[in-house]
Write a protein that binds this ligand. Structure first.
Ligand code: NAG
Ligand code: NAG
Ligand code: NAG
Ligand code: NAG
Ligand code: NAG
Length: 350
């Protein structure tokens, strides 16, 4: 168990009682029944994301990404390597698609050195074309993905899981693809993985769709792909609304509001039980507040009440992995964008 997870568990258990509003102090006790487990997470539950946002990605006149994109991140920063090593093994999820081979080599060497467990997102829009209402149709062109995976294998780089697509499920964010087409393409990608990793002991997982949960869409995807194709269903959660909300901190401290997200987790576990018991649920990306998080809120201590509460809810519903948006970048990074040192105080490790 990583330190962060132990701390997370500890804070999750004590937070409702120890949080002090105004001057009132209430004492209480918590009994934990350690004999019975109600759900299982993966051994490596804690995960953080690295995004592709460039320096000029701004929300509400605030441009919080700096040099934290996987494209311009300074991998020689000792604090960055230290942070990842300190949480070893930390899962890292990288979303998007990559073309620059030199960069790809450096990134892989860096992750190998820091002992990170890597999920890499493949572009699922390649080869399709857009129709009305942001819907993309046509077969996926697998050429780039095939070459990238083959290159990765030839270099001996270890990828824990390949993720197909980013926020294309349901109505999508900016673009969407229907579940029947998506499922067909996942079957194709699974065949590519099976062929390319044919002589290998370690076979990476295929995970998808890295988008927001939509019952009909997710149910259909599992029905179309069938047994054993998708190893984990990844979904994204931003249950605090926009980062610009002036009441963001009170939302974070409202237990009823935080608990509303349970219906997503319980429906997701039903989807898997009914249509794909060979698969698991992962939160592939969760940052609390969307549009880069809330400045002075998502990067401070108060945000840990949202984070720890959701880690708890996720694990109760058998979520195997939970990826926090972000490791670094935006206003919700675990690490400070300019100094690379831990943001909220409780991560600090001497
Ligand atoms: C990002 O890196 C470039 C090149 O090293 C540097 O010139 C620039 O000042 C950096 N920007 C920020 C916001 O740190
Ligand atoms: C790093 O690379 C070495 C050599 O290819 C490999 O044996 C090891 O498993 C890799 N470590 C990780 C964490 O991927
Ligand atoms: C895969 O990569 C190897 C080694 O770089 C290369 O020789 C081979 O042609 C590639 N195979 C395919 C099917 O692209
Ligand atoms: C969960 O399922 C219930 C019952 O089908 C439905 O009413 C509710 O809207 C669903 N919630 C989510 C977030 O999918
Ligand atoms: C990150 O570090 C810079 C430079 O020390 C500091 O000005 C800024 O307030 C820090 N951000 C947070 C969220 O602590």
């Amino acid at each position: 168990m990583g330190l962060l997870f132990q701390l997370a568990l500890f804070l999750y258990l004590v937070s409702p009682l120890s949080f002090v509003l105004s001057q009132d102090i209430e004492h209480g006790s918590v009994n934990v029944d350690g004999a019975q487990s109600i759900a299982d997470t993966d051994e490596n539950f804690i995960c953080a994301t690295i995004d592709w946002w460039p320096q000029d990605k701004c929300d509400y006149n605030n441009c919080p990404w700096g040099n934290t994109s996987i494209i311009n991140l300074d991998l020689s920063q000792p604090l960055l390597a230290k942070a990842i090593q300190g949480l070893k093994p930390l899962r890292i999820r990288i979303g998007g698609s990559l073309q620059d081979q030199v960069l790809w080599d450096e990134i892989n060497q860096f992750f190998n050195k820091t002992g990170a467990i890597v999920t890499f997102g493949l572009n699922a829009l390649n080869g399709r074309h857009k129709t009305k209402h942001s819907t993309w149709v046509g077969d996926w062109d697998s050429t780039n993905a095939h070459d990238l995976i083959n290159y990765t294998i030839s270099k001996g780089y270890k990828i824990d899981s390949w993720e197909f697509g980013n926020e294309l499920s349901g109505k999508g964010i900016g673009a969407n693809v229907g579940p029947i087409q998506y499922g067909k393409d996942l079957i194709k990608l699974k065949q590519i993985l099976n062929t390319l990793y044919h002589n290998h002991n370690f076979k990476p997982s295929l995970i998808a769709p890295g988008g927001f949960y939509d019952k009909d869409w997710f149910d259909k995807l599992l029905q179309v792909t069938g047994s054993g194709v998708v190893n984990a269903l990844t979904h994204h959660i931003y249950n605090l609304g926009p980062g610009s909300d002036v009441n963001l901190d009170s939302k974070i401290l409202d237990p009823d509001r935080l608990s509303k997200v349970e219906s997503v987790f319980s429906n997701m576990s039903e989807t898997i039980k009914k249509h794909g018991p060979w698969s698991n649920a992962w939160v592939g990306e969760a940052g609390g507040a969307y549009n880069s998080g809330g400045l002075g809120i998502s990067d401070t201590f108060v945000n840990s009440f949202w984070y720890l509460d959701e880690l708890g809810i996720a694990s109760r519903y058998n979520t195997k992995v939970y990826c926090r948006q972000t490791l670094i970048g935006g206003n919700y990074g675990l690490l400070n964008t300019t100094t690379f040192s831990p943001n909220p105080d409780y991560y600090r490790q001497d």
